[in-house]
Design a protein around this ligand. Sequence first.
Ligand code: CTP
Length: 395
Amino acid sequence: MAGKKILLIIGGGIAAFKSLDLIRRLRERGHSVTPVLTNAATEFVTPLSVSALAGEKVYQDLFDLNDEAEMGHIELSRAADLVVVAPATADLMAKMAAGLANDLASTLLMATDKRVLIAPSMNVRMWEHAATQRNLKILLEDGILICGPNEGDMACGEFGFGRMAEPLEIVGAVETAVNDGPLKGRHILVTSGPTHEPIDPVRYIANRSSGAQGTSIARALLSLGAQVTFVTGPADKAAPMGVDLVEVQTADQMLEAVNSALPADAAIFAAAVADWRVANAADQKIKKDGNGLPVLEFAENPDILASVCAGKQKPKLVVGFAAETQNVIENATAKRKRKGCDWIVANDVSPSTGIMGGSENDVTLISEDGAENWPRMGKDQVAQRLAEKIAEALG
Ligand code: CTP
């Protein structure tokens, strides 16, 4: 990868010492680092050591006239390919979420037109605090990329989530964010995970999808430089970093989220959408009141894939999945025609295959040109191969 320009904002936390290593690692890989220190950061690392490692001037003060003459804060915020905040303290996250701009770091974060990646670092209680979690949610909605935090022992003697990600993990996230692979400039929509269809406020109907395949597809598309909107039901797998994340519960909500994410260059429908919802879902918890067993009535859910294929905003390439337990190729070939998509990734989800919820997949890619059987491989490899094929098809 060609060297990128990273604007690194170092916040005032004990993990600031790891940012010195981060600077070295980024430079080793050919990237340049322009460092910015908050006032609190100078309590943990000195401007001299930061500038020596970065080989560049350290920026600290919003009202430093020299800096404004050399490079104003607006220009500083735009000259980079990516803005990285490491460590991102609870205070910095709160400022970002609220849109405050009362020092150089927060002003740069408001003024930038580039993507921002934060590596949070704080005590576990501070991380779990409702205010931080609220701020995190806002930042994710704003499209801020997050790396970490990790779980482990903390400098304060406690244990839990809040340790800043390791420098090499942050380098990985930086490179994913600035990647200009063959899908650069392409917007790709991915649905993933199961849906939960409520029976009453505490019970729901679900399926065994873990979201593993959809998550790996999103990650593989990101690694080829795509902008990915990831619409997911409640999955076991955490959504990959760097996607535009939309979390939903039900098929109806997934349809709405998909429609608002369009237009897209391609769409991959990996979600295991419930075919039916409970039409008579109760507003209150259903009680054992001696009046016999509850009777659930079902209504059919919208077919999200079919409706996108039939719609005006159908992406250039639409890929569906076919989860079958018998006559896989025959059923999947018919499904491709019925739903109107370009490709179908067919797989046998019979319990004996261990595919649903497992880490491997055995797929057949069905297109207009026929069926192409892929050898059994990890879901990550299936995803990588599929992403490369998508890049080829989009040209
Ligand atoms: N799909 C969808 N919306 C639904 C049902 C399915 O978008 N309500 C999508 C899935 O994400 C997948 C494809 O359609 O890409 C096929 O899903 P599958 O469960 O195999 O097919 P069904 O339509 O549910 O057909 P059947 O249950 O009859 O096999």
